[in-house]
Design a protein around this ligand. Structure first.
Ligand code: 5AD
Ligand code: SF4
Length: 430
């Protein structure tokens, strides 16, 4: 029997995809995936530090590994990702969890195989300070899905929103070569993948010639039937030419995730977001001019330092005005080393009370929008089937379930929405 691995992934799609690269590194070394950490020879924790809640959850899970390590001292525990790349992060982890064997950062992800090959029972700690352009190109990837696949188009972020730790743990923006991205896509389509999501912290600042709209147009021009998505967009950088390309090709999902964070101009300015509420709404109008039925989702944060009740109400008003089909709501979390950490903080109780009100409002808006979609017929990509029920998403990224009758994962089908459940639709094949 060969050796086995177990990977626990925390955080965003970027991490989920990077865990597929870690799985690739392990697979080429003959490791197979274990069903549980107890059964694995190597356990990898790919961590996130975007909010304190994430770090607390990960610390709890790392604490549980102590028992596994005691029962099986030969298991190798590796920790990587944003928590280790954070200033002082690796040191803090070693101090608190001395039984971790290998620690590496976000910039030396692809070195993991080499660390494992060289590992002889002595703790390995290696964090690179600087990003290495092109580092991850050509990495073996072991994908978790058979219908959807991720492709990085860029790494890092230059925006330095004042609350955000990402630029510190992911480095400056670097874009992959367009030819490499298109070659990856071609390979995935030839393998039978039907949905490709282009990934970057801020895809709209894709820096190769032709910019993001050029890349999207070339990607959509690849032959085959497939669905093309991207994330994440920054409102200050989402330009009309991108939306125009989206409107021209039916391969592109009619959906944009456009994090607004706040509806208050004063707070947006403190956040260093470089747009106003009015400008954001103008961008939404522009999107709807080209794509009247576009699905729109967003991230919103409450309790940013100094946020007043009036600021918060501006956010609620913006959310009511746009009517997002999906809203991801967060309580601001103080991240040391970011400018907002030194601003006047809001009591936790106030933040909790505000997020509850915001969520309550969205709970009315989301299902109401789904209700408005009932009766319409949608093109749906079937992503999976369980117990005769197919699940997939419409072109505007709304969840749809329907009886699977003869449908396979990866099929594009026409489905009439019969009713809705929360924000999702329940339909029948037409
Ligand atoms: N506290 C709370 N939420 C945060 N986000 C980023 N940094 C923080 C923080 N310090 C949220 C933003 C971002 C999403 C990915 O996470 O809303 O869009
Ligand atoms: Fe963080 Fe802002 Fe960069 Fe997004 S754009 S990763 S919120 S700094």
């Amino acid at each position: 029997m060969g050796k086995s691995y177990y990977i626990s992934t925390f955080g965003c799609q970027m991490n989920v995809h990077e865990s597929e690269k870690l799985a690739g590194l392990l697979s080429v070394r003959g490791y197979f995936e274990a069903l549980s950490p107890e059964k694995a020879d190597v356990i990898v924790f790919n961590t996130c530090c975007i909010r304190e809640t994430a770090e607390t959850r990960i610390a709890g899970r790392l604490g549980n590994l102590k028992r596994i390590k005691e029962e099986n001292p030969r298991v190798i525990l590796a920790v990587c990702g944003c928590m280790t790349q954070k200033k002082g992060g690796a040191e803090a982890l070693i101090k608190r969890f001395p039984y971790i064997d290998i620690i590496f950062g976000t910039h030396n992800l692809t070195q993991f195989g080499a660390y494992l090959d060289a590992y002889e029972g002595k703790k390995t700690v290696e964090i690179w300070e600087k990003e290495t352009p092109g580092e991850e190109d050509g990495t073996a990837v072991k994908r978790a899905g058979t219908v959807n696949a991720w492709v990085n188009i860029m790494y890092g972020c230059n925006n330095f929103c004042s609350y955000c730790i990402v630029p510190y743990v992911r480095g400056r923006e670097r874009s992959r070569k367009k030819a490499d991205i298109l070659a990856d896509m071609r390979g995935l389509l030839d393998e039978g993948y039907k949905e490709i999501t282009l990934l970057g912290q801020n895809v709209n600042s894709y820096g190769e010639p032709g910019g993001f709209s050029g890349l999207l147009a070339d990607a959509a021009a690849l032959s085959g039937t497939f669905k093309l998505k991207f994330m994440t967009s920054h409102p200050k950088d989402l330009t009309e030419d991108v939306v125009r390309v989206m409107a021209m090709s039916d391969k592109l999902a009619a959906h944009i995730h456009l994090p607004v964070q706040s509806g208050s101009d004063r707070v947006l300015s403190l956040m260093n977001r470089k747009y106003t509420g009015k400008k954001y709404l103008e961008t939404i109008d522009m999107i709807r001019k080209y794509l009247p039925n576009a699905g729109l989702s967003s991230d919103v944060m409450v309790g940013f330092p100094t946020e007043t009740e009036a600021d918060f109400l501006d956010t609620v008003r913006l959310v009511e005005t746009v009517r997002f089909s999906n809203l991801f709501t967060f309580i601001y979390s103080r991240r040391s080393g970011t400018p907002a950490a030194d601003m006047a903080q809001i009591p936790y109780k106030v933040k909790q009370e505000r997020i509850a009100r915001l969520i309550a409002r969205q709970k009315e808006i989301g299902p109401a929008l789904a209700g408005e979609a009932v009766g319409r017929v949608f093109t749906v990509l079937c992503e999976e089937i369980h117990g005769g029920v197919a699940r997939g998403k419409t072109q505007c990224e709304r969840e749809m379930t329907f009886p699977a009758d003869g449908v396979k994962p990866g099929d594009f089908v026409r489905v009439r929405a019969l009713r809705h459940k929360n924000t999702g639709l329940i339909g029948e094949l037409v």
